[in-house]
Design a protein around this ligand. Structure first.
Ligand SMILES: Cc1cc2nc3c(=O)[nH]c(=O)nc-3n(C[C@H](O)[C@H](O)[C@H](O)COP(=O)(O)OP(=O)(O)OC[C@H]3O[C@@H](n4cnc5c(N)ncnc54)[C@H](O)[C@@H]3O)c2cc1C
Length: 509
């Protein structure tokens, strides 16, 4: 072993940073080691809202209902309890770095009991901070970058050792116990010892097409923001006997591809409330400041390859389930009739608001979505057709079917009733005015939830429910969310689970 630490934390996103801070504050000598040249992972692109709870019992009720028995209640209880306590930790981190926090009340995404017991805490402002200077390779919802800056300053303030550009390849064992890691440091395979524990906080498998194909029915699923999370932590945990859970589940939706191969991400489609709630960006745009219409209208419908609608395009939480109906595989025709699907809207819809929300953490990439969606038409992300005939020709959808689908939809809009798929009436908008706008629509993944199973100390478990000595996991690597997702829930897990993992790792003898 070249170097000895008490605790080695693998992956420098929110979960890794919090785990490193918690382990250090509990007295451990810590190394935080990161694969990529720049830290931040997916975390830095996020909205940065950490879910909190005003009432543990009510929040637990909600979490149980939306978890669908995919994680033990005791762990959901730990998460709900953590949501009532995490604010003071975040406030302390903020106060140390000339940052201010903002706390809001915000309902959870589904109308189940306890949905109104939640809120968010986020970083409102930081002194002497300019995101574009600090993170030139990042485009996202700014709140995530602010939260990351607070963590970065806290790590620096504590003198916690950080190694970048150093992918961890393997966990080292003595008997059953994890005793260190092997990483590629400055191009050389190097063994580092962790006398107490290793914490895996190295994200999911958003950027591993190979793993996605083994765990998900739908193909091809496009990543939206970051290429560093290739499932390394899952493989390393598997290699030492970890059980896995929630591999099928991802925080995803539908979106469009950029035709430029230099832009390696798909772009999520936004709803107007996403902009209005500040989940869009930049934050001073006409939507977030409320100077544009605040109706939740959605200008598009989604058609399958044969030209028929197949889903409510406006489910309760688009960024959770938007992709799920696309997964259908037709065994008779042996294809995916909904991948890609077709996004269709008209010229009035095109002018309503920016349809896409690009986000990325990637060197050499730069892209802003225009407010009237015109730049995207010029770039070939969206396309136009001057008539339904031309739309039929360009999409390959039979004209009669296309006309019928549009007619049926316009009838739904007139009656304010979508009997077949139950789309909310206030979101409906007829498609009438050419030129029509269309695009191929793909299932896309913001982040995955699957990974090693852990207990209430965030220790990784084997398939018999026994802890693997000296191994912890935190963040989206083995998230509790295995059924329906709670917005802000992943970041809550990074903070709550990261803190638990760090403290317990440091307490090992
Ligand atoms: C656009 C977008 C918006 C989102 N918004 C929200 C939101 O508002 N609220 C919310 O709760 N969630 C949100 N999410 C999800 C949330 O941001 C993530 O689930 C969470 O931040 C993951 O944090 P993490 O620390 O587990 O992983 P990451 O932040 O991805 O960090 C993992 C790190 O591990 C590194 N790594 C990987 N393999 C190795 C290796 N072998 N060796 C060393 N390092 C390695 C990676 O490079 C990366 O830096 C959003 C996701 C996206 C994409």
């Amino acid at each position: 072993m070249n170097e000895t630490y008490d605790v080695i934390v693998v992956g420098y996103g929110f979960a890794g940073a919090v785990a490193a801070i918690a382990a250090h504050d509990a007295g451990a000598k810590v190394l935080l080691i990161e694969k990529m040249k720049t830290p931040g992972g997916i975390s830095i692109c996020s909205a940065g809202g950490i879910r909190i709870s005003k009432d543990k019992d009510q929040s637990l009720r909600y979490l149980e209902r939306t978890n669908g028995d995919t994680a033990p209640v005791s762990l959901l209880d730990t998460l709900a309890t953590g949501m009532t306590e995490i604010s003071s930790f975040v406030e302390k981190l903020a106060a140390k770095t000339q940052a201010t926090t903002k706390t809001t009340t915000a309902n959870a995404n589904y109308p189940f009991p306890g949905y109104d017991s939640f809120g968010f805490i986020s970083i409102a402002s930081i002194e002497n901070y300019d995101q574009d200077e600090a993170y030139p390779n990042v485009r996202g919802m700014r709140g995530g970058a602010r939260l990351f800056q607070v963590l970065e300053r806290n790590l620096a303030d504590r003198g916690i050792e950080v190694l970048l550009s150093s992918p961890v390849k393997k966990l080292l064992r003595e008997g059953e116990r994890i005793v260190g890691i092997e990483a590629q440091i400055s191009g050389k395979m190097t063994a580092l010892s962790a006398q107490k524990a290793v914490i895996l906080a190295c994200g999911g498998f958003e950027a591993s097409a190979e793993m996605q194909k083994s765990y998900w029915q739908e193909q091809d699923v496009q990543p939206v923001a970051f290429l560093g999370n290739e499932g390394d932590g899952i493989r390393m945990a598997q290699a030492v006997g970890a059980d896995l859970w929630h591999m099928w589940h991802y925080h995803g939706t539908y979106g469009v591809k950029h035709p430029d191969p230099k832009y390696p991400f798909a772009i999520r489609l936004a709803r107007l409330p996403d902009w209005l709630s500040g989940h869009g960006f930049p934050e001073n745009n006409a939507f977030a400041t409320g100077s544009k219409s605040d109706q939740p209208r959605m200008p598009w419908i989604v058609l399958d390859k044969n030209g028929r609608r197949f889903m409510n395009e406006y489910p309760p939480y688009l960024q959770d389930t938007g992709h799920r109906a696309m997964a259908h595989y037709n065994p008779d025709t042996q294809n995916y009739p909904r991948i890609p699907a077709w996004l269709v809207l008209d010229d009035e819809g095109r002018q309503l608001f920016p349809l896409g929300m690009p986000s990325y953490h990637q060197e050499g990439v730069s892209f802003e979505w225009s407010e009237d969606n015109k730049v995207e038409i010029e770039a070939g992300i969206l396309h136009q057709a001057s008539s339904l005939e031309e739309l039929s020709q360009k999409t390959g959808i039979a004209l009669a079917v296309l006309k019928q689908s549009i007619e049926d939809w316009n009838e739904c809009c007139k009656n304010g009733l979508d009997e077949e798929f139950g789309r909310p009436s206030e979101t409906m908008m007829a498609i009438k005015k050419p030129p029509f706008v269309f695009a191929e629509l793909w299932p896309i993944v913001s982040n995955t939830q699957g990974g090693p199973v852990h207990d209430d100390k965030n220790q990784v478990l084997n398939p018999f429910g026994e802890a693997i000595p000296g191994l912890y996991a935190a963040g989206e690597l083995g998230s509790l969310f295995g059924h329906l997702y709670l917005s802000g829930g992943n970041i809550a897990e990074c903070f709550i689970g990261g803190k638990i993992a760090g403290e317990n790792a440091a307490a090992e003898s």
